[in-house]
Write a protein that binds this ligand. Structure first.
Ligand SMILES: *[C@@H]1O[C@H](CO)[C@@H](O)[C@H](O)[C@H]1NC(C)=O
Length: 530
């Protein structure tokens, strides 16, 4: 019944002109399989060092002249986890240049020391305003195979004028959990007085939480919330005929500098959430306090990459099943499909704006699902960096593109519980994103007491590992009652909290007794003089 209703709805709205849908989408770079500028002595015939069918891009950063990519060690055979290519040409398939250079690669090596300047596995990289690139090293090798904790996570900051590391940030062990996986970050420079006075918000995907690093004070803490956990109903994602199960927690992350809102999403969810920077900056949560997280809305399918339009603060997202990049304006509730391409927009793991080209986004689209399912076609383009000019300001209003092929699952059409009149409008794009915040007056209520410390055994194996390795299967989506309101649906609200600093009265204890309600400090090494 559900499927039939959707079919009828979309048949009415789907216009046949949708074939020429994305005139603005440009392919900046594309690769069937990734190649590197190997050194002559590199053991390239050893599949533990280089296995091109195991190397895919999940993060991208763009400067005036270079495009940087992150290729994390999801599987064995990733020779360099950070690389760059020249931005000069478009549409080519250049050889990746190891970054900063090959001495940073620890692939297939056992002679390294985690204190060395090495990189194990980088998922995302971000640029700051000081011409530096921040590399977030998760430290985990083969995260989708045997999940080896190779080194503790860290950040290396590289000056792009010299390609030298100028700063190293090691995290205090107290903010790490047994299987922590640091996958994404935003650099909040909104109150910075200098290059090293920023806040950094980091996602822990496997032990779900957000790590806050105050680089001015050099202190770190972590916060968590049920919204950062994967939703078993959305463990299975679907791109065309390929289905895969990944119970990943919070991984999509972006920051609106204008409003101070941090948007985030787990992979296994149909929701996008937000938390204000003042909430994150206020310090660790006292016992029995809930982090002030808001539900932003529901999407038509799972996704990772998020960005914010510098023109109108629209949230840019990419629902996987729809193979599209879409935007949603939190003020006007206006939606738009910015680009749709069945081949070129599969699995958009990162979307980024760049100061070198204001009003433009770059995104990385890969056939991640086919790498994961081991059914990659090496003759197809499996990694693409695409470029898209965002519609400026008010031109978003009335910007119409035809609706792409209908999603047959996870649809929002039955999500009419908050919006009994809006869905009848002719705006077909409402099927991509529905925001309860704009239609519902009720306020956030905490339905239970949240215990933030004392009872959790952090040494225990992460319960999602089995799911991620395909050992178990989540409950069927069909068993979900679409009208039943989840606790996460009650997190509605739009007001920004005032800037405050929490005072946590309990003094820090030995780190065998971990607790989220503390600040943790660890010496940061300045490498500027090297
Ligand atoms: C790694 O390097 C650090 C700092 O140089 C040193 O203190 C430590 O002993 C080294 N560890 C090993 C296993 O060599």
């Amino acid at each position: 019944m559900f499927r039939i209703l959707i079919g009828v709805f979309c048949a009415v709205l789907w216009s046949p002109v949708s074939q020429a849908l994305s005139p603005g989408l440009q392919v900046a770079k594309q690769w069937k399989l990734l190649r590197y500028n190997f050194e002559p002595q590199a053991p390239i015939s050893d599949p533990n060092f280089y296995n091109p069918q195991n190397v895919l891009i999940t993060g991208v950063a763009v400067t005036n002249d270079r495009i940087f990519v992150a290729t994390p060690k999801l599987f064995s055979g990733v020779p360099s986890t950070v690389s760059w290519v020249s931005k000069a040409q478009f549409g080519d398939s250049p050889t990746l240049q190891a970054f900063p250079d090959w001495t940073f690669s620890n692939t297939g090596r056992s002679d390294f020391n985690c204190s060395d300047l090495i990189l194990t596995s980088v998922y995302r990289l971000r640029l700051d305003s000081c011409n530096r690139i921040w590399l977030l090293d998760a430290g985990i090798s083969r995260s989708l195979e045997d999940y080896e904790i190779t080194c503790p996570p860290k950040i290396l900051v590289v000056d792009l004028a010299t390609d030298r590391v100028v700063r190293r940030i090691d995290f205090p062990p107290e903010v790490l959990r047994g299987e922590s996986l640091f996958t994404n970050m935003v650099i909040d420079e909104t109150t910075a007085k200098g290059c090293d006075d920023v806040f950094v918000y980091i996602t822990d995907t496997v032990e779900p939480g957000i790590i806050v690093y105050d680089s001015g004070k050099d202190v770190t803490w972590r916060v968590s919330h049920p919204a950062m956990y994967p939703d078993p109903d959305f463990a299975q994602s679907e791109i065309h005929e390929h289905r895969f199960v990944l119970m990943d927690g919070v991984v999509g992350l972006t920051f609106d500098e204008r409003t101070g809102v941090v948007y985030f999403q787990p992979l296994a969810t149909d929701r996008v959430f937000s938390v204000h920077k003042n909430v994150l900056r206020a310090g660790p949560l006292p016992d029995n306090k809930m982090l002030d997280v808001k539900l932003v809305g529901k999407k038509s399918s799972q996704g990772i990459g998020l960005a914010v339009s510098p023109f109108d603060s629209s949230l840019i997202f990419s629902p996987l099943s729809e193979t599209a990049i879409a935007s949603w304006n939190p003020t006007t509730n206006q939606q738009s499909v910015l680009a749709f391409d069945r081949d070129q927009l599969q699995f958009v793991a990162d979307i980024t704006t760049t100061k070198s080209e204001p009003g433009v986004i770059y995104a990385i689209a890969s056939k991640f699902h086919r790498f994961f399912l081991k059914n990659l076609n090496p003759n197809e383009f499996n990694n693409r960096i695409v470029r898209l000019e965002l519609p400026a300001g008010n031109s978003l209003l009335g910007h119409r593109v035809a609706l792409p092929a209908a999603p047959t699952h996870n649809s929002l059409l039955n999500y009419g519980i908050y919006n009994t009149h809006g869905q009848t409008s002719t705006n077909a794009l409402q099927t991509y994103f529905t925001s309860p915040a704009l239609t519902t007056p009720f306020t956030t209520k905490t339905p239970f007491k949240f215990e933030s410390g004392g009872i959790v055994n952090y040494a225990a194996r992460n319960p999602f590992t089995a799911l991620n390795q395909g050992e178990a299967f989540p409950p069927s989506k069909a068993t979900r009652d679409n009208y039943q309101r989840s606790y996460l649906d009650t997190l509605v609200g739009t007001t920004a909290p005032a800037a405050t600093t929490r005072v946590v009265s309990v003094p820090p204890t030995a780190f065998s007794n971990r607790h989220s309600g503390y600040y943790y400090q660890r010496a940061t090494r300045s490498l500027g003089q090297q």
